[in-house]
Write a protein that binds this ligand. Structure first.
Ligand code: NAD
Length: 323
């Protein structure tokens, strides 16, 4: 079975989705709709895909809709698709506001359709290489810095970039939030361009997240501290490392550095887990198709995405109170 799918929005990321969807066996790309006629003509001609001039006509022609428009328009597109009974894949952040995310959850639950959100780092091979070890992190430190780019400026850096790390943190620390502290500045745009947030959870875990869209190099890293090991994930360069304490017999697992400080002959083992390279966007879209075909819950649910949007807005409120 193939899921008939249409894309709304074929800008930077939408074009990448389009190319990948064409190659995914479980998806049949029916066409796309983009509000910009020049973009539509270019994409249709370049990729040989039907351009619909009316959003509802596209929605009516498919089983599922992939929403890759700017964030402030996610809700109106998602609402139209869900009201027509279509499955939805929505890029991150799922919506611009908490109210929209809440309304979308209600619509999706009533329509009983599959909804997945593009928190693509969950499919990053460097994260997947260590995810089984990320049990109960006590502390997570994330850094996401981007060279300045004019795309994504319609929302704050918290909703554009930090949302990725919020999803990773919330997917690994399974505990209610207790306290949020945050600072940020609006250096270039009207909204926050750089931010730091410290999240304290009821179980004692802490996450420290730093983001900036005014950087000289791109960095996307996270460090996870567990009680017996430290794990580093480089989301950009797709590498990960595990540091753990072990005696020499464990040296076969990686580089073993003796501590030379006690009789127990302990050392630090540095293991570089094998990263199985993939295309994370292709995988998340394939999982979406599989969830529709097999009627399973997608890896990144609407509830996960809602939780990330809620925390993002709590962070923004703390920052805006100070600005
Ligand atoms: P973009 O500006 O390059 O493209 C957006 C496209 O949507 C444009 O072609 C525009 O004409 C079209 N559009 C705007 N409003 C529309 C509407 N109402 N109906 C139909 N088409 C409309 O933006 P982008 O960088 O491709 O980002 C799109 C979305 O993808 C954003 O939500 C962004 O947060 C998300 N994104 C996610 C990642 C990721 O890592 N998962 C990376 C980049 C972007």
């Amino acid at each position: 079975m193939k899921v008939k799918i249409g894309i709304i929005g074929v800008g930077h990321l939408g074009k990448i989705h389009l190319k990948l969807i064409k190659a995914i066996p479980s998806l049949e790309l029916v066409g796309f709709y983009d509000i910009n006629p020049e973009t539509s003509a270019y994409v249709s001609q370049t990729y040989g895909v039907k351009s619909f001039t009316n959003r509802d006509a596209l929605i009516n022609a498919v089983d599922a809709i992939d929403i890759v428009t700017p964030t402030p328009t996610h809700f109106e597109c998602a609402e139209a698709a869900v009201r027509a009974g279509k499955h939805i894949f929505v890029e991150k952040p799922v919506t611009f506001t908490i109210d929209e995310a809440e309304a979308l959850m209600k619509l999706v639950s009533e329509a009983q359709i599959v909804a997945q959100v593009g928190h693509v780092e969950r499919f990053n091979p460097a994260f997947l290489a260590v995810v089984e070890d990320l049990k109960k992190p006590l502390f997570i430190d994330t850094q996401r810095f981007a060279i300045f780019n004019t795309r994504g400026l319609d929302v704050s850096v918290v909703l554009d970039l930090m949302i990725h790390d919020l999803d990773i943190v919330l997917s690994t620390i399974k505990s209610p939030l207790k306290k949020i502290s945050a600072s940020g500045i609006a250096m270039i745009t009207e909204t926050v361009d750089m931010a730091n947030a410290r999240l304290e959870f009821l179980n004692g875990s802490v996450a420290n997240l730093s983001v900036s869209r005014v950087a000289v190099e791109n960095i996307r890293k996270a460090r996870f501290f567990m009680h017996d090991k430290l794990i580093n994930v480089d989301f950009l360069n797709k590498t990960s490392e595990k540091y753990s304490l072990a005696n020499q017999s464990a040296s076969s697992k990686g580089v073993w550095i003796p501590l030379e400080m006690d009789e127990q002959k302990r050392g630090i083992v540095i293991d570089k887990p094998k990263v199985v390279f993939n295309n994370a966007i292709e995988d998340e879209l394939s999982v979406f198709a599989d969830s529709i075909i097999n009627q399973t819950t997608p890896t990144v649910s609407l509830e996960d995405a809602y939780n990330a949007v809620v925390v993002a807005h709590q962070i923004l409120e703390k920052i805006n109170n100070k600005l």
